[in-house]
Design a protein around this ligand. Structure first.
Ligand code: SF4
Ligand code: SF4
Length: 329
């Protein structure tokens, strides 16, 4: 009953929630600064709570309230002032936030280059998908761990097929399915990728990581990973060559530009390098300056060589040719 009323609140959001446009247009840095230091992507936690409890996950709790929408809108304006290009709304599980459509509309009004979200997909219904269409969502990412549920994960194809078909039939935004290797028998990851491609979604393969962002796979999982890479469109393996190096050599050094090109803003409004280093370094977003972006761009991250975090890696890629004191490959 509770769930039903929350879902209908989200579905009716476009008519029941008054739209509050940004108070004043944020002053955005000039394009030269943005191209040198601004975040390509910020992942912003809108609620820490999740309806699931995946055994490998350290990014959720069972009880926290949604971050108030006005607080999140202030954070979005601040991110715009820092020159952020793309926003990804995340959690926990972001569809548990009753004001998710309003947040997406605010992102679109602020003219972020791309507004996306990450979800486990469990609450998707045709009405909710239509509401997300209307709000202007530009991309949805769903991670799926395998086919059959087990004691580690419920985030599996058998629990999600119906919702994926609804997405195929209703979504006007691109959907990316990430098949995650490490929580189910590895051959199930292949079935996830085949199903996603058959539905017309983009697909990719991720490696489950520990709470420090480090890889942990056995030899069978490694073989499956390589097989899946061959199933994916041609350009994908090139972009993910670091995963092959992690698997073969155990390390794949890179100049991590977290804190600059990639921000992870937690529910308390603190900028962290990433979800896995929340106890290592952070600073309040509302106090964050262009100098912080510049400083963090050049700041050496000691965990880089074995890091599996695709978002930080892909958003650092563009600047690989630029210096970072302390880095040696
Ligand atoms: S669904 Fe996502 S956020 Fe929730 S417990 Fe699983 S991995 Fe963590
Ligand atoms: S290298 Fe960067 S993204 Fe990876 S764990 Fe370290 S700080 Fe996080």
């Amino acid at each position: 009953m509770l769930l039903q009323s929350r879902l209908s609140a989200i579905a009716k959001d476009s008519v029941s929630t008054p739209t509050s446009p940004p108070a004043a247009s944020p002053v955005v840095p000039n394009i030269f600064f943005r191209l040198r230091y601004s975040p390509f992507l910020t992942q912003m936690v809108v609620i820490r709570r999740c309806n699931l409890a995946c055994g490998y996950c350290s990014e959720y709790d069972r009880s926290s309230d949604p971050v108030p929408v006005q607080v999140l809108e202030d954070r979005l304006r601040k991110l715009k002032e820092l020159g952020t290009f793309g926003i990804s709304l995340t959690g926990g599980e972001p569809t548990l936030h009753p004001d998710l459509p309003r947040l997406i509309r605010t992102c679109r009004k602020l003219r972020f280059y791309r507004t996306s979200m990450i979800t486990n997909g469990f609450f998707l219904r045709p009405e909710m998908i239509e509401t997300l269409n209307q709000a202007g969502l530009q991309k949805m990412q769903i991670s799926i761990d395998g086919v059959h549920a087990n004691e580690t994960t419920q985030k599996v194809l058998n629990n999600l097929k119906k919702r994926l078909r609804w997405l195929r039939d209703h979504a006007r935004f691109p959907v990316v399915i990430s098949s995650v290797i490490g929580a189910c028998p590895p051959e199930e990851a292949e079935e996830v990728v085949s199903f996603a491609l058959k539905m017309g979604f983009s697909s990719r393969v991720l490696l489950v990581h520990d709470s420090h962002g480090q890889i942990k796979l056995n030899s069978q999982e490694i073989k499956t990973f390589q097989k899946i890479v061959d199933m994916l469109p041609r350009k994908w393996p090139e972009l993910s060559s670091y995963r092959k190096r992690l698997i073969h050599d155990g390390f794949a050094p890179f100049k991590c530009r977290a804190g600059s090109r990639y921000l992870y803003v937690d529910e308390y409004g603190r900028v962290n390098w990433c979800s896995q280093t929340r106890t290592v370094w952070s600073k309040a977003l509302m106090d964050y300056t262009r100098n912080d972006l510049r400083e963090q761009f050049y700041s050496y991250k000691p965990c880089h060589a074995t890091c599996t975090l695709n978002c930080a890696r892909s958003n650092s890629y563009f600047d690989n040719w630029r210096r970072q004191p302390g880095f040696s490959s």
